[in-house]
Design a protein around this ligand. Sequence first.
Ligand code: ADE
Length: 417
Amino acid sequence: MPDIKDENLAVKGKQRIEWAEKHMPVLRLIKERFEKEKPLNGIRIGACLHVTTETANLMITLKAGGAEVKLCASNPLSTQDDVAAALVKEYGIDVYAVTGEDNEAYYKHINSILDFKPQVTMDDGADLVSTIHSKRTECLEEIIAGTEETTTGVIRFKAMERDKVLKYPIIAVNDATTKFMFDNRYGTGQSTLDGIIRATNILIAGKNVVVAGYGWCGRGFALKAKGMGANVIVTEVDHLKALEARMDGFRVKPMNDACKKADIIVTLTGDINVIDKHHFELMKPECLIANSGHFNVEINIDALEEIKKSKRTVRDFVEEYTLKDGKRIYILGEGRLINLAAAEGHPADVMDMSFANQALSAEYIMQTKGKLEPKVYVVPENLDKTIAKLKLEAMGIKIDTLTEEQKKYLASWETGT
Ligand code: ADE
C-alpha cells in the first residue's frame, strides 16, 4: 500500500505534472520510444528521488518502458504531496512519501521500496543503496545495477568502491556533462535563489551574499545572485576553484572574514559544519543562512541550538535564533536543501536532461546486464552527446557541421604555420 498525504490532491498534481512535461521534450521523446520498444519490460525499479513534477515524468517514462516502478522521497522536506497523490491515483505508480516526514518515516519508506526487491535502484544521495548495503543485504541477490543522481551520492559511492564494499554497479548520472553542467549550475543557481526569495521575500540587489563552495552548484548560484545585483563573496578550500571564482569577478575570502559582512550565506559544498559555532558568533546581526547542498549537515544547527537564548518561527521556512548577546540570525528551511524545501527544485527544462540520462542509463543497465562490475561508471559518452543534440533540436537551435577538409585537418598533425 502506498503512503501519501492526501489522495484528493491528485487532480492538482496531474495538472502540474503535465505542465512540467511540456518543458521536458527530450524525456518525452524517450518515453515515446520506450512505449514502442519496451526496453525495461518486467523490470522492478526502486527509486529514491525528490518527489516532484519532474520526477513524476521520469517515473511515467520508466513505466512506459515496461518497468514496474515504486518511488520514495530522497529528502523529508522536498515531497510535493499533490504529485505523490497523482502518481498513485492517476498513473498507478506506488509512492511512499509525505512532506515533513520524520526520520523514522523516511527510512520506513525506503524500506517499503526494498520490500519490493528492486532489480534496478535509482538514488539521489545514496540513502537507498547505503540502506541495502548496511541493513537490507538480502536485496543484493536480485539487483542488477543502480544509478545515482547527485554529487554527494557519487562521492559516497566512490568511497564505497575505494573501500571495496560496493556490491553492484552504479551509473553516476551526476557526472554526465548534460547533467552537471546544466542541472547543477543553472538549476541549482536559479532554484536556490527561488527558495530564498519564496521563504523570505527579500530583495537580493545590494545584499552581501556569501557563497560557500565554488563547484558547479556554487558557480551557478554565485552567477545568478550577481545577476540580481548582489555583492557576491565566495569561500573555498580549493586553490583552483578560488582562483576561478576570483577571475569570474567575485571576492574570495575565508569564511571567518566573509561571515562578518554577510546579509545572506548559502552553503553548497557537500561537506559538514561549513557554518560552525564560531561563525554564528562572528556573524553580522540579522544574517540569513541557507543550505543548498544535499544533506542538512553543512550548517551546524546543533551548535546553534547550544548557544541560542531563544528560537521562534517567524515565517514558513524561517527560524529566528536569538543568541545570548541578543543578536538575531535566521536559518532557512531547517538547513535542508532550500531549493526543494521552500521552492520546487530545479525547473523542468534542466531536469529534462538529467532525467533523460536516468532513463537512458536504466536502458543501458538492461543492455549490459551481467557485464558491469561493482564499480562507479560514467554515463556512456554517446548517450550524453545524444541528449545534448536532442535538447538543442527541441530548442530549435541549429549548429554547424565540420567539412571533410576540417575533419581531415583535425585528424592530422603535419600542417603547421
Ligand atoms: N533535484 C533538484 N531539483 C529537482 C527536481 N525538480 N526534481 C527532482 N530532483 C531534483
